[in-house]
Design a protein around this ligand. Structure first.
Ligand SMILES: [Zn+2]
Length: 317
């Protein structure tokens, strides 16, 4: 790039939340200019990240900061990853200092859901709102709160754990120790569990396309629902109702102007969005419901890498 814009600052956003490391050069407007994707190796994470950053800085030398989105709780004050199911403990403790050393540039670490929320807020479905609540439905269910342009992370950095709102006091035990969390019915693996239980029980559901494929994922359920598979449509609708139940509580609590929902299951489009909205309407205090817009996320798999790059841009240097 030879134009004047070529010398504007750039930011690298890296998303470590999935099996594929997604890295991108993001410009000041939140647009991706260059990307790299690598299969992550847990024991080589640090060198993989350093390698990809070095490659991207080779493409554009104006990289001012690197943002890294990690699947775990991050204490931004100490820059420590407190809890993460995917990172070995040795990696977590000194992640920030190790990354900074390896890359020789300012590094910001953020929770993946917070990062994706910030991406949607700045350049996606949250654009134009002042306050936004973000939900991501994947292996777990994440949430993030943005108030007045800033991530609201709570007293110790862990606000927005939407997946652990209790929706069934007699429900299944959750990884967090509670029972009946939203995650125990509506996370990706739990959508699959519920679908399998029902396929096993119910003779008519053997007509479902899912019954043919034993190793299906929640994303498959979403896709088959979109293709018109009755059983998958029903599973997606019920999942939407559970999520809408949680959203209603959030609306009552925050009277928030926008709710943005992301994650692979949202690929089912209106089939999941409508039941979410209907259930939120049915359960929330009416003035709270009427003040809100509930939308599907726009940035899909790029949300966290764009968001964490924007966070690196906006963080105090
Ligand atoms: Zn829980």
């Amino acid at each position: 790039m030879t134009s004047a814009s070529g010398s504007e600052p750039r930011f690298i956003g890296i998303d470590l939340s999935g099996p594929i490391l997604r890295a991108a050069i993001v410009n000041n407007n939140g647009q991706i200019e260059e990307r790299r994707e690598v299969k992550t190796e847990a024991d080589q994470l640090l060198s993989q990240v350093a390698q990809v950053v070095s490659e991207l800085r080779g493409v554009n030398a104006n990289v001012e900061a690197v943002g890294i989105a990690v699947p775990g709780l991050v204490n931004r004050t100490t820059d420590r990853v407190i809890a993460s199911r995917d990172f070995p403990s040795t990696v977590r403790e000194d992640l920030h200092s190790e990354f900074t050393k390896a890359m020789g540039v300012r590094v910001e670490i953020e929770n993946d859901a917070n990062a994706a929320a910030y991406g949607e807020y700045k350049v996606g479905a949250g654009r134009g709102s002042r306050d936004m609540f973000y939900v991501t439905i994947g292996e777990g269910i994440g949430g993030a709160i943005i108030l007045d342009g800033k991530l609201w992370t709570g007293a110790s950095g862990f606000a927005g754990e939407f997946g652990h709102i209790t929706i069934d006091t007699e429900g299944l035990e959750c990884d967090c120790g509670n029972t009946g969390c939203l995650e125990t019915v509506a996370s990706g693996p739990n959508i699959v569990r519920r679908a399998n239980e029902r396929l096993y029980r119910d003779g008519t559901s053997s007509l479902s396309k899912l019954a043919i494929n034993k190793n299906f994922t929640a994303d498959d359920v979403a896709h088959e629902a979109k293709n018109g598979d009755d059983f998958s449509m029903m599973m997606i609708e019920r999942t939407g109702k559970y999520i809408g139940t949680g959203v209603a509580s959030v609306l009552n609590l925050l009277n928030i102007e926008r709710v943005v929902l992301g994650g692979g299951v949202m690929d089912a489009g209106e089939l999941i969005l409508n039941p979410i909205i209907q259930e939120a309407r049915r359960r929330a205090f009416q003035p709270c419901f009427e003040a809100t817009q509930i939308l599907a996320a726009m940035l899909r798999a790029d949300a966290a890498s764009i968001g964490v790059a924007m966070l690196a841009r906006d963080a105090e240097a």
